[in-house]
Design a protein around this ligand. Sequence first.
Ligand code: BJ8
Length: 427
Amino acid sequence: MSDQTVVDYHPMWAELGLDLPSHDALLGAVGQLFGDAYLTQDNRPKGMDYLNFVMSEVHGLRVKELDDFRKAGGKVVGTFCLYVPEEIIRAAGGWCVGLCAGAEFAYDQVEQIMPRNTCALIKSFMGFKLGKVCPYIQESDLVIGETTCDGKKKAYELLSELHNVYVMELPQMKRDKDIAMWRGEIVELMAKVEELTGKKVTAESLRASIKEVNDKRRALQRIAATRAADPAPISGKDALLATQVAFYDDVPRFTQMMNVLADELDQRVASGEGVAPMGAKRVLITGTPMALPNWKLHDIIEKAGAVVVGEEMCTGSRYYQDLVSEDAATLDEMVDDIAEKYLDINCACFTPNQGRLDDVVRMAKDLGVDGVIDYSLQFCNLYEMESNAVEQTVRDAGLPVLKITTDYSMEDVGQLSTRVEAFLEML
Ligand code: BJ8
């Protein structure tokens, strides 16, 4: 991806049925947001050039790759949640793209079909679909939903009137019988994807895809580990961007480029080079996912002089901290391992969800944080309800905690900045 020739993608976007004027406006706004949040940072690692380039082509080159893949007979599968196993889709010859959206769009249309008090993540992906501005969903031959929160469950019913949707049933507890049930769902997903791609999943193809996706997670783990250093070698914003891009970039290329970035970060740690001065306040964020281009909270914290050193969220540690075992000999054993690994993810849709609380405390200690920010999207009952336990647990661990509830609008940036600055001052 080093050829920087300017290509006009409008014919491709028109072919995909996008609303071109709205789409141009969206891309312009995202470009401006990226410039303000990212390109104003000092002393960024050189390895971030790759992610800058990916962002400059966010609806361009990658979409063209998907387009070419499909025109050659390939199938693209869109997903909204960490529980959908990418390994299965790749083993059947498909490509996976994340579809969660992190910006307000066409809310007027969305609010005609769902309540206003729906979380921003759901309203945003529906808005992107209704407003015809998302090339990724247009490139998705199948969209896979999951029964996590009530809002998503019902949103998938609405989305299925507009797109080809398949929903996986996710248990809400983690007993043996739940793992068995979840395994059955994965077997059914495999059949569904095999039918879509016309390719059978074999022990060989699944082994290869487990390794490939693990390698991607290992690269992100390497980046995350360097953030324990003081000074932190990479900003929280840049690390967040790496995880956000992991959901839709080409897997081997992304892994390779993130390992290059991790090599550079290792060198920075060895030479004591950081993005913020040594001793800058260190913050862990826990909560709901931050889909592209939602950089709001990181931007506020880091512009206030602190550094985000970890994210206990689906666009963070929950995505890469666990790997699927690579020891299985048979296809059946691999499916067992996938079911087990995926049910280990600690989403607030599970009860009880002690694993998340344990992760927050462990990460806070490992990363040497000064304080924790508990972040919920407004109207997300699951994470807002779990907030009380998070706050109590963090306080019991001897750390200050700030609870923030917000959405994708920029209207509360001033008010949030004041609260964050006051919190940082008392750390
Ligand atoms: S595994 S966090 S990606 S469900 S913010 S839509 S929960 S009302 S996004 Fe999630 Fe999977 Fe869980 Fe992760 Fe509902 Fe809450 Fe909205 Fe949410």
